[in-house]
Write a protein that binds this ligand. Structure first.
Ligand SMILES: [Zn+2]
Length: 481
């Protein structure tokens, strides 16, 4: 329970500023006692509400997202599209008036796919809609043709101690469920990441997986796989969901199926990309950083409107609202657009190493599409919880609920959090429809709602501002056990 008498002083500050409706119940953020010392001044809370409402009315997040998609398009790390994205980011962050705009080099290995096709052969065969998984090797020039061996999911493959995959093409029919928080995807992801290794261990020639998608369209979803140097690297593709259903139906009837896969040589080369950084310099605590980020790269086959041009638009617009506000932040607000989130987190690792000695008050990332935010979760020192409560109160009118202090952060930010024990915020977006288009050609602008993006930017502006102003250090946090 909260020490109500002391806590009410804090609530009164919010009430005075019109930020907390008198009818509201006590802020629920776990059951631990919270510090009574006011960690924010009334003027900071008033200003936060102003920033929130200003950002909520802006079209900038959508405009930036559309600009990155239309003017750059696909931007896989290390490719010319990626270099163009870096230029785009530097130009736009400069144009918007940020300080210290810079591109910091990130060395990486760039993977490039070859042309890919697949089919079930024979009298009742058909061409399949397939895409190579990220990092896959190609097939021999003549392709690979072999009998298909069906597994209902990844665990069925991993549990198989028989010899039936030997000399065949493994098909994994792992289905993912539609969920708001993306947990369905998380549960299915091993089929993509480790399917090739498990199939190869059993002597398979190649692996085809059901796309990790919740759609029913004839589009294939790519995404990274991992090889094990101890095991032969075999080609890996994803087939579209309707094609997977068709294969499953035939396999279920016991029909023998032969599949042919053809994938031109893929390559892995040393390349360079950049993290793009922009700042709003702080005042009395300028040496401490409030980081809000997104990733600049996309997969090669997609314009990446939601993954992650949306995040780029959201955090940039959030910071822009603060930049244009009448008050200057105490801490430095830093927008970081990370390199190569999709295939190795190289940008996050480079950033974590480069800035390990710079205090970070907060790290957060927007990288789960363009749906509305419905939840805030923190991972901060206990002493900082009153500031999180203040955030939660400000976010409630946006339809966002607080859920504890065991949160993590978006993928790159999670790398930073784990590496340097920096405190983190997760603003969870509604991902109900995200995996319909994730890592596909269909991740396009038309599926993005400008109002939803503005709600995101409003939330991030609020969070970043409160983190910048609070009279309490959010970190460092204890390492996760
Ligand atoms: Zn992403």
């Amino acid at each position: 329970m909260l020490p109500m008498k002391k806590f009410s002083r804090f609530r009164r500050a919010l009430l005075v500023n019109g930020l907390l409706a008198p009818a509201m119940g006590a802020v629920s953020l776990g059951t631990r006692a919270q510090s009574a010392a006011p960690v924010l001044h009334g003027s900071d809370l008033t200003h936060a509400a102003l920033l929130r409402d200003t950002a909520l009315a802006a079209r900038l997040p959508f405009e930036l997202m559309a600009s990155l998609v239309n003017e750059v398009g696909p931007r896989a790390a290390g490719t010319p599209g990626d270099a163009k994205a870096v230029q785009w980011a530097v130009a736009n962050l400069t144009r918007l008036g940020f300080s210290n705009v810079r591109a910091e080099p990130v060395p990486l290995v760039a993977w490039q796919r070859g042309a890919t096709s697949g089919a079930v052969t024979g009298t009742n065969g058909r061409e399949l809609v397939v895409t190579g998984l990220g990092n896959t090797v190609g097939t021999p020039e003549a392709g690979i043709e072999a009998e298909v061996v069906y597994y209902a999911d990844f665990m069925a493959l991993r549990g198989d101690t028989s010899d039936r995959a030997r000399g065949r093409i493994v098909f994994i029919d792992e289905k993912i469920t539609r969920t708001r928080d993306g947990s369905g995807y998380s549960r299915g992801i091993l089929s993509r990441i480790s399917g090739a290794v498990e199939a190869s261990r059993r002597g398979a020639l190649a692996v085809a997986i059901r796309s990790l998608g919740t759609d029913a369209d004839r589009i294939a979803h790519t995404g990274a796989l991992r090889y094990d140097p101890q095991v032969a690297s075999i080609p890996a593709v994803a087939v579209s969901v309707p094609d997977a259903d068709w294969i499953a139906e035939r396999a279920g009837k016991g029909e023998p199926l032969r599949m042919r896969l053809l994938m031109a040589r893929t390559s892995r080369i040393q390349a360079m990309s950049n993290n793009v950084i922009a700042e709003i310099p702080g005042t009395d605590l300028a040496g401490e950083i409030v980081l809000i980020g997104a990733h600049l790269d996309s997969w090669d086959i997609t314009p990446g409107a939601q993954d992650d041009a949306a995040g780029v638009g959201i955090v940039t617009a959030a910071a822009h609202a603060i930049l244009n506000g009448k008050q200057k932040p105490r801490r430095t607000i830093r927008v970081v657009l990370f390199a190569n989130e999709e295939n190795g987190f190289d940008g996050a690792h480079a950033y974590a190493a480069r800035y390990k000695d710079t205090p970070h008050q907060l790290v957060g990332e927007s990288d789960f599409g363009a749906g509305r935010i419905w939840r805030i979760r923190s991972r901060v020192r206990e002493a900082a919880l009153p500031a999180i409560t203040a955030m939660a109160d400000l976010l409630r009118p946006l339809g966002i609920a607080a859920e504890g202090n065991e949160g993590s952060a978006g993928p790159d930010a999670a790398v930073l959090m784990r590496t340097n024990n920096w405190p983190a915020i997760d603003l969870t977006q509604d991902g109900t429809n995200y995996f319909d288009i994730h890592h596909t050609v269909a991740d396009t602008i038309d599926k993005v709602n400008p109002g939803d993006m503005a709600q995101n930017a409003a939330a991030w502006a609020t969070v970043a501002w409160i983190a910048a102003q609070a009279d309490v250090a959010f970190g460092p946090i204890a390492p996760r056990r």
